[in-house]
Design a binder for this molecule. Structure first.
Ligand code: SF4
Length: 174
């Protein structure tokens, strides 16, 4: 997941490179004698990626008592830190926090469905955790790195401009 720190050190793979790595993991999955899996975040054809938090199968509680939308988003620094927060168990009950969580997920899913319906779902939005980072307004730092491969503008990404074989619809190269 790109962060200001990884961007500063130019460590981030472009979307195209990410998909190449994911394809390699897919090949290893077929050949490996031990199970090989990927954690959520990889490219998903389905806009409604069924990760554990968004299917209400997982709750993330941090060491401060914060119930957050998910562990991936928990504690991401920056001006919008806290948008993933459902509540703190020092201030409300677990049942109340879970009710907020369920309401937040329902809003999230409805917003995403509406975005898909409007045809405003970009290739980058098919990387579900990156979509969440954007949805939670946690990527404003990208403006500091206009050439970053995950920066979007004019309907395409810098990564796409560098690798024209990844289509804007997210269709993988043959
Ligand atoms: S960041 Fe979003 S898509 Fe990724 S695991 Fe968390 S809730 Fe699911």
């Amino acid at each position: 997941m790109p962060t200001p720190e990884t961007a500063r050190h130019q460590l981030d793979l472009s979307p195209h490179e990410r998909r190449e790595v994911e394809a390699e993991i897919g090949r290893l999955r077929q050949a490996s004698p031990v199970p090989v899996i990927m954690a959520p975040g990889y490219y998903s054809d389905s806009p409604l990626f069924p990760c554990a938090p968004l299917t209400l199968q997982e709750y993330n509680l941090d060491y401060r008592g914060n119930l957050t939308l998910c562990c991936q988003l928990s504690g991401v620094a920056g001006v919008n830190a806290g948008t993933e927060l459902m509540g703190n168990l020092h201030e409300l009950s677990l049942a109340e926090a879970c009710t907020r969580f369920h309401q937040r997920v329902a809003t999230y899913v409805a917003d995403k469905q509406e975005q898909v319906r409007r045809g405003a779902f970009s290739m980058l939005d098919h990387f579900p955790c990156w979509y969440c980072m954007k949805y939670m307004n946690k990527v404003a730092w990208l403006s500091l790195f206009p050439q970053h491969p995950w920066a979007e503008g004019d309907g395409e990404t810098v990564g796409e401009r560098n690798h024209g074989d990844v289509g804007s619809t997210g269709t993988p190269p043959p």
